[in-house]
Structures are given as C-alpha cells and as structure tokens.
Design a protein around this ligand. Structure first.
Ligand SMILES: Nc1ncnc2c1ncn2[C@@H]1O[C@H](COP(=O)(O)OS(=O)(=O)O)[C@@H](OP(=O)(O)O)[C@H]1O
Length: 328
C-alpha cells in the first residue's frame, strides 16, 4: 500500500555486486557478493564515549560523563527520546503544564535552563534548579540517571520519519556534524548501521521497551501525540501528579492555551534555534521543519524502505514494537 502513496525512487542496491566466474570449459556462474567497495557513503565524524557515538565537536565526553553520573532525585522528571522523535514538543508540553500556559520560553532557555539537555549542560545545572527538576536526555535506559520515584516520559517515533528528520538535522548543523555535503542516501547508510549520534535507533528503543509499563514511566509515540494532542496533554498532566491534573482537569481554557502554545505552527513561528558560535557565523537552523507523520514516503527509495523494514523486523523480533506503527 505504501507504494501508491509515495513518490517512488528506484535505484540499484548499492551493496551487492554481480560477477561471472569461469568454472572451466564454457561454464560460468554468477555470484552475488556483498560489495564493500561501494560502502563509500559519506560518514559523520563520531567517536564513542560510554558506548555512545557522539560528534567530535560541540558534544564533549566530559559533559556526557557528567550527565550519566547525575544522581536522580524523586522530584525529577526526565524527557527521554532517541534524537528527532518529539523531545522538544514534549519539553514544552511538560513546561507549559507546570507553568500553567505561560508564554513560551526561548529555545535556548528551554534547553539550558528550564528543561536542560543534560548531555550538553552536564549535571552541575541541576544545582541551580528548583523541584520539579525537568531534564531532556537522549540516553538509553542503562545510562539514564535512575531513581525509583523519579518520572520518565519516553517518546518514540517511527524510524522512517525519524531518519528523515535526523538527516536534515545532521546536514544543517554544520559545526557539530560536519555533514553538510552528505546526501540522504549517505545518511541512510549511516542510520541503518547505527553510525549516527546516539547509535542504533532500535538499540535505544529496545533498552526502554521493557520499562514502558513501569509505574514511573509514561511511554508514548510522536504519532499518538499528533493524532490527539489534547490526550497527550491530559495524559502528561495525570502522569505528573495530582497537583497538575487537578488544575487542568476542569479548566478547558488552560488546556486550550497549552494546546495553542505547543502547536507546531505556533512554535515554528515563535521559536528560533541558533546553534553555537562559529566565529561570527552563528548558525540559524530551521528546527521546526515539517512536523508531519509519513514524510519519509517522499525520501525513501523502495530499496531503502525494504532494508530499513527488514532491519526493524530483525532487531525487534519477539517484541510488539512493529505494532506501534501498523501502516509501515
Ligand atoms: N509542536 C510540535 N508539533 C509537532 N512536531 C514538532 C513540534 N515541535 C517539534 N516538532 C518536530 O519534532 C522533530 C524534532 O524532534 P526533537 O525535538 O526530538 O529533536 S532533537 O532530538 O531534540 O533535536 C522535528 O521533526 P521534523 O519536522 O520531521 O524534522 C520537529 O519539526
């Protein structure tokens, strides 16, 4: 069904090569072999710290190690995702619930002050925060600071749209990823091999999957949030605790305000994302790009679709993960 819904990009499989081998006499046999010489796709410069591939600039081993060593407390709320799966949207939803529909803080303030990105700021930031302390992390379960009473909100997104979003992010943030010349095909090869920031999509998801029903974990998907944003807001408020739910449950105006503030178009219009300082060359990146479900159909070739689907089925065998995205 997916075929009729998307622009098709047909290309040869770049990873296999046919060749004839003379067997003696007139006999020849055609072999298909893995052709590594074609694996010449552009790569993202990464190094591995604590088992996590991180870029060689901008993100440092010290900050990552500091984040991992943070001692979580019962008042903490962690927003956890693999990159490009809806972190920022959830950061703002949580912040808006706690701050009763206040005007949106800037993107920078959100990520370094209000819901700091722990692997960028390091754990010291926590000392300046008041409870409830909210954090953004992209860490797998075993590296996320743990406390049995802390709360964890996990957002998953279908790997196909995640791949497209991650490609645009990696390509545009030049002084971090050095991938500005990379094509989607290059990025796809990196993504399917887990040679991207934070490694393999499915390893990350599989690390959290067994904990999705823990009492202190709220597991949701980007697609669920898109199909019913009001449910997303009320579920998060309930999960955050009675204080928040009591304020929200009979206040339709407050719910509407939060929905209006965190609407994709509103966030796109109001928030600017500037990354780092590169001399005078401060990079402005279109962070709020499309915010859609299913955009992957315009980017994947049939071959890429088949390969990522196969990878997904292999990695998630024995789990219900594929049922999260039935139309893939
Ligand atoms: N309010 C709202 N509604 C719907 N979608 C939204 C919203 N805010 C951000 N987005 C989209 O989420 C994608 C970015 O994901 P993350 O925030 O996880 O990125 S990051 O890992 O923190 O860099 C990225 O998706 P793509 O547009 O597909 O690239 C954003 O546009």
């Amino acid at each position: 069904m997916y075929k009729c819904m998307r622009k098709r990009r047909s290309r040869q499989n770049t990873n296999t090569k046919s060749f004839d081998l003379k067997m003696g006499g007139k006999n020849t046999k055609t072999f298909k072999i893995q052709d590594d010489s074609k694996n010449t796709h552009k790569k993202i410069p990464l190094h591995t710290v604590e088992g996590i591939p991180i870029p060689t600039s901008f993100f440092t081993p010290e900050k990552l190690q500091s984040a991992i060593s943070y001692k979580a407390t019962p008042e903490d709320v962690f927003i956890v995702t693999y990159p490009k799966c809806g972190t920022t949207w959830m950061q703002y939803i949580v912040w808006e619930i706690i701050n009763e529909g206040a005007p949106l803080p800037s993107f920078d303030d959100m990520n370094v002050k209000y819901v700091p990105f722990l692997e960028l700021t390091g754990r010291e930031i926590a000392e300046t925060m008041k409870p409830p302390k909210l954090f953004k992390v992209h860490l797998p379960y075993h590296l996320t600071p743990h406390h049995p009473e802390a709360k964890y909100i996990f957002v998953a997104r279908n790997p196909f749209d995640c791949c497209v979003s991650f490609y645009n992010h990696t390509k545009k943030i030049k002084n971090c990823y050095h991938f500005e010349d990379g094509t989607f095909d290059d990025f796809f090869e990196c993504f399917i091999r887990g040679e991207v920031h934070y490694g393999d999509f499915f390893d990350h998801l599989l690390s959290w999957w067994p904990h999705r029903q823990d009492p202190n974990v709220l597991f949701t998907t980007y697609e669920e949030m898109k199909s019913n944003p009001e449910n997303a807001v009320t579920n998060v408020a309930k999960f955050l605790g009675n204080d928040y739910w009591e304020k929200l449950k009979d206040d339709k105006d407050l719910v509407d305000k939060i929905l209006e503030n965190t609407d994709f178009n509103n966030m796109k219009e109001k928030l600017q994302y500037n990354i780092g300082q590169d001399g005078d060359n401060d990079q402005k990146v279109e962070f709020f790009r499309k915010g859609q479900v299913g955009e992957w159909k315009e980017n994947f070739s049939d071959e890429q679709y088949r390969r990522l689907k196969k990878h997904m089925m292999q990695k998630t065998e024995g789990t219900d993960i594929p049922k999260l995205w039935k139309d893939l």
